[in-house]
Design a protein. Structure first.
Length: 174
């Protein structure tokens, strides 16, 4: 990765976090992927699906980056979440179609390739560009999206690690 030197430790840390997460979940079976901390909480497969799908959403829908096919792979034909619009639903929102470790790993690899390509290309100036949001008077920056996804991955990756540890399985080897 040939990123702006001051940003390199952050990007490398994010890449390391992904490697650790995938190492923790790649060999899980369907029963293990269905573990959760409580009945009203997301399963491991839902948390991981939400993480990868969020990357696709933010990079494609908000920043206009990446292959539309990667974004589309996270769309679902139906949702089991009452009141959730189908256009806002992702893999995690169809509990009748649990994702496999293979699907999750592929989703992470494809979305990471999209993220990595942008991080390689963008300069420090590029990450401060203002990007209009859904309403005409709201803006974000690429830098904010990067930070948001880093913290999002860390938060949900931690939740996955807790679920694994609570069930006697190794979590993320930080």
């Amino acid at each position: 990765m040939s990123v702006t030197p001051v940003l390199q430790p952050f990007y490398e840390g994010w890449a390391t976090h992904q490697r650790l997460l995938l190492a923790a979940i790649a060999d899980l079976n369907q029963e293990q992927l269905a573990l959760r901390t409580a009945p009203d909480q997301m399963t491991i497969w839902q948390l991981a699906s939400h993480m990868a799908g969020s990357r696709a959403y933010w990079f494609h829908d908000v920043l206009g980056e990446g292959d539309p096919a990667i974004r589309d792979m996270f769309r679902v034909a139906r949702t089991t979440v009452p009141g959730l619009a189908l256009s806002d639903a992702g893999w995690e929102d169809d509990e009748d179609h649990p994702r496999t470790a293979t699907e999750i790993v592929e989703g992470f690899q494809l979305t990471w390739a999209m993220v990595s390509e942008c991080l390689d290309r963008w300069t420090a100036d590029d990450i401060t560009v203002r990007i209009p949001q859904r309403s005409a008077d709201r803006y974000t920056t690429r830098g904010w999206v990067i930070w948001h996804l880093m913290e999002h991955d860390a938060h949900h990756g931690g939740a996955i690690s807790v679920v694994l540890g609570a069930n006697g399985l190794p979590g993320l080897d930080l």
